[in-house]
Design a protein around this ligand. Structure first.
Ligand SMILES: NC(=O)c1ccc[n+]([C@@H]2O[C@H](COP(=O)([O-])OP(=O)(O)OC[C@H]3O[C@@H](n4cnc5c(N)ncnc54)[C@H](OP(=O)(O)O)[C@@H]3O)[C@@H](O)[C@H]2O)c1
Length: 341
């Protein structure tokens, strides 16, 4: 089968940084789905795993296969699979400890997969799983916001509101939780995008966000979801979070975080890492399949829309190098999806 891989880290301008390869068709384990991949989305985790800093990719004679966002059709199943059968259309982020989805056929544990929204094609659906799971877990599990509107009217600041995760987080916060949503964006294009998805207000993350919030009439906010540069925004988050409020970040800090700044307010801080459940095989890892099911229903009911903003065809090394270069630049709006072989 066709796949795209790398044998060592090289800057993305180098045409050997990601190369077309051929691999054997993988065989499903007992709970695995074998999926004929039709579309994939590219995420910053792909470029981070490729980069030398993480040490994840050691020079090797066999290619490393990246990619953790896919939509496709089930073509075979392991003997203990119960929820899917060949012919089902699925979407999923999968497991970072297993080979990624830059391949024509790919294995995923059935507990991490969901049925595709009926109203979306593979390309539109591939934009949603990794970012949708991250945003859902952050908002409704780590920040503890109600999915049934009991927190309606409370305020949330979404830092990085037009990126991949921000584009779905803004929709969930506005249309599912019914919060007052303030999203950060620094450019006209990204501001317009975040507003279209449901942000009530836009603040600029190139300025101090606590002061930006005050200019929009918010001395404090009940919730903060940090989707970019935790270090840069820490002071502003500590200053803007409401007494007894909650902060969640999905981005590693480089410097120690002064958690004591939250003590007088009894404010909480939580991490969200979308791969925790699959990496540690937690007892509730099937929740990811359930969340993807909820997201699919919300899409089919017209509450949520796909966040795809750019499609590259076909799925090959040249197009993946293009997508990685854009993600590395840090100014993506919505999602970049690759489709077809
Ligand atoms: N923990 C997890 O499970 C998890 C899951 C997914 C992603 N992540 C991480 O979360 C981060 C965001 O992911 P993503 O997919 O949303 O990335 P993305 O799509 O590449 O984000 C691009 C957006 O970031 C905004 N941005 C750039 N610099 C910023 C800054 N200093 N402060 C605030 N926003 C800034 C840009 O807005 P403007 O162009 O308007 O400036 C742009 O729209 C990445 O570091 C990713 O690795 C973590």
């Amino acid at each position: 089968m066709k796949a795209i891989g790398l044998y060592q880290y090289l800057p993305i301008e180098n045409e050997k940084s990601l190369v077309d390869v051929y691999l054997d068709r993988p065989r499903p384990g007992s709970r695995d789905l074998l999926v004929a991949v039709q579309a994939i989305a590219v995420n910053p985790v792909d470029t981070k795993v490729r980069a030398p800093q993480t040490g994840a990719v050691k020079p090797s004679e066999t290619p490393h296969i990246l990619g953790w966002d896919a939509a496709g059709e089930v073509i075979d199943t392991g003997e203990e699979v119960e929820g899917f059968r060949p012919g089902d259309r699925v979407y999923y982020a999968g497991d970072i400890t297993r080979p990624g989805c830059y391949s024509e056929m790919h294995l995923v544990d059935e507990r991490l997969a969901g049925h595709l929204p009926e109203t979306l094609d593979f390309t539109s659906a591939a934009a949603l799983p990794l970012t949708g799971l991250t945003a859902w877990e952050a908002l409704f599990e780590r920040l503890g916001i109600s999915t049934t509107g009991e927190d309606a009217g409370k305020s949330i600041l979404v830092i990085g509101g037009a990126g991949g995760v921000g584009s779905i987080a803004v929709q969930l916060a506005r249309h599912v939780a019914r919060l007052k949503v303030i999203a950060s964006a620094s450019r006209t294009k990204s501001s317009i995008w975040a507003k279209k998805l449901g942000a009530h207000h836009i603040v600029n993350h190139r300025h101090a966000l606590d002061r930006e919030l005050q200019e929009h009439g918010f001395d404090t906010v009940d919730y903060i979801l940090c989707l970019n540069d935790t270090d840069q925004h820490w002071q502003a988050m500590a200053s803007a979070v409401a007494p007894q409020g909650h902060i969640c970040s999905i981005v590693d800090n480089r410097e120690p975080l002064a958690l004591n700044q939250l003590k007088r307010k009894s404010a909480s801080f939580a991490w969200e890492f979308m791969f925790t459940r699959s990496m540690y095989r937690t007892a509730d890892m099937h929740r990811q399949g359930q969340i993807l099911g909820r997201i699919a229903r919300l899409v089919d009911e017209g509450v949520l829309k796909t966040t795809v903003n750019q499609v590259l065809e076909p799925i090959n090394a040249a197009n993946l190098r293009r997508a990685h270069a854009q993600i590395e630049a840090g100014s993506t709006i919505g999602k970049i999806v690759l489709a077809g072989w």
